[in-house]
Each structure stands twice: as structure tokens, then as C-alpha cells.
Unconditional design. Structure first.
Length: 277
């Protein structure tokens, strides 16, 4: 059983929702990324999504695009990201880590070389934003051979056929993008998201995480009522950016830790109401 699968089974048994923070690896520095990963876990993160810097991040809004630019300016490559994961694993063997990124850096490295290096580094899965399920069979096979999970995005516009195509290839969990458009955009319509999750669950047995548009503890608590995971990215990355710009990068772990503790408390409070479908 993969670390991701084990995590969601344990949380389901406890009636709890996973808290999944996203950060861009290497923003503002690779050393800080490692420190921040550990701090996020101690603040209640269950799984970490680590963004791989790429020069053309089409699915990401301005906040995450700027984070990617800062990381690229630090010279952070896909291999460097795997190096951060390897160091994280030296002291944390339990928390799953999923790489979120684009196909190009993986193709440059080579699919098989990537899958092998990812497994050896202690990665648990990958979410490759620009690989649709129809085109991913070879890469899926290569990645799954190494025992890694492949996470896919579903959107408000995903129809039944699309959901079924993803059901065939996805593993670990699926990531429902709750707002149309890029990361960090728009407002959450909770009733609409809840209805869409019912439609997804009718066709996919995997846990469903919800992200995009969750900015604070109140929104996280609302989403926790029906999602298996609450995914939060732009709200974290924008805080990192503000502190780095103010010359207070050393405060980032404490501030993000505090923010995640608030989210964790709100989610647990909401779970306590027992709304899980």
C-alpha cells in the first residue's frame, strides 16, 4: 500500500479530513523549503504538495507564477527538488509528498529516469498538470512501475467521460479544482462544489481533495465537510512572498506554521460535526 493510500485510509477511520499545503520548491530558498516542510507537518499538514519550478506554468495564477520565477532565479531544477525530498525523508518517513509540475522538465530528464529518481528520493506521487489521461499511458506505466501514485485534476467543466477517463489512470487521490480559471482566482461556491463531488464519487472510488480558492480557515472548514482533503496553495505562497519581500524570510516557517495550525483547528472542528459522505 502506498503512503498516500495508507494516509487516507487512516484518516477515513478517524473521520478526519487531510490538510494538504502546496509550496513551490526553492521559494524563497531551497534550504527554507526543507525547514518549511517539517514545520508544516508539525503544524498539522498530512500530505505536502511540492511545486516543481517551470518557466511556463500555464495553470497557475500570478502568485504561484512569481514563486516559480523566484525559485528558477535560484537555479532550482527538478533534480534539486528531488534532493529536497531526499533530505526531508532522512527524518520523516511517514508524510506523503506529491510533486506538482509540468511535463517538460520530466521529459528533459526522461520518464524512466524521473520515475526511478523520484522513488529513490522518497516521493509518493506526481501531479503533472499538462498531461491529459488520454495521452499519459506510457508515462503512467513508467511511474506506476516504481510504485508511485499519479494524481489528476478535475474541474467544474469535467464531464462524465472525462471523469471516467481519469478514473482509469488516477491513483492515490484526485484533485478537484473548485474554481474555474487559474490558481488563486475566484470565490468558492460550496453547494456547487459539494454537488460536483457527488458526481465525481459516483465514478471514482479514490479520495477527492479540493483546492483553488480556499483562502482562510472558514473556507477550509466548509470544504472539509464534504472533501477528503483540503488543499491550500496561493494563500500560503502569497504569505511567503510578502515575508520574503519584507526581508523577513526567517519568519516564514513560524508564520506558515501558525496559519496551518489555524486551518487544522477549523478543519478538525468541522470534521467533529461528522459531515463526511
Amino acid at each position: 500500500m502506498s503512503r498516500i493510500q495508507a494516509l487516507f485510509e487512516r484518516l477515513r477511520g478517524e473521520g478526519r479530513t487531510a490538510l494538504v499545503p502546496f509550496i513551490t520548491a526553492g521559494d524563497p530558498t531551497p534550504e527554507l523549503t526543507l525547514t518549511l516542510m517539517h514545520r508544516m507537518v508539525s503544524a498539522g499538514a498530512d500530505l505536502i504538495e511540492l511545486g516543481v519550478p517551470f518557466s511556463d506554468p500555464i495553470a497557475d495564477g500570478p502568485v504561484i507564477q512569481r514563486a516559480t520565477e523566484r525559485a528558477l532565479a535560484n537555479g532550482v531544477s527538478l533534480r534539486d527538488v528531488l534532493g529536497i525530498v531526499r533530505r526531508f525523508r532522512e527524518t520523516d518517513e511517514q508524510t506523503p509528498v506529491v510533486l506538482m509540475g509540468y511535463l517538460n522538465p520530466i521529459e528533459v530528464m526522461g520518464g524512466e529516469a524521473f520515475a526511478q529518481a523520484a522513488r529513490e528520493a522518497g516521493m509518493d506521487g506526481a501531479l503533472i498538470v499538462d498531461v491529459p489521461p488520454e495521452e499519459s499511458h506510457e508515462l503512467v506505466a513508467t511511474i506506476k512501475e516504481q510504485g508511485l501514485d499519479l494524481v489528476y485534476l478535475l474541474a467544474p467543466t469535467s464531464d462524465a467521460a472525462r471523469i471516467e477517463a481519469i478514473a482509469e489512470v488516477a491513483s492515490g487521490f484526485v484533485y478537484y479544482v473548485s474554481v474555474k480559471g487559474v490558481t488563486g482566482a475566484g470565490n468558492l461556491d460550496v453547494a456547487e462544489v459539494s454537488a460536483k463531488l457527488d458526481a465525481i464519487r459516483a465514478r471514482i472510488e479514490l479520495p477527492v481533495g479540493v483546492g483553488f480558492g480556499i483562502r482562510d480557515a472558514a473556507a477550509a472548514a466548509q470544504v472539509a465537510r464534504f472533501a477528503d482533503a483540503v488543499i491550500i496553495g496561493s494563500a500560503i505562497v502569497s504569505r511567503i512572498e510578502a515575508l520574503a519581500q519584507e526581508g523577513q524570510a526567517d519568519r516564514i516557517p513560524a508564520v506558515i506554521g501558525g496559519f496551518l495550525s489555524e486551518l487544522r483547528a477549523a478543519i478538525d472542528e468541522s470534521d467533529h460535526g461528522g459531515h463526511h459522505g
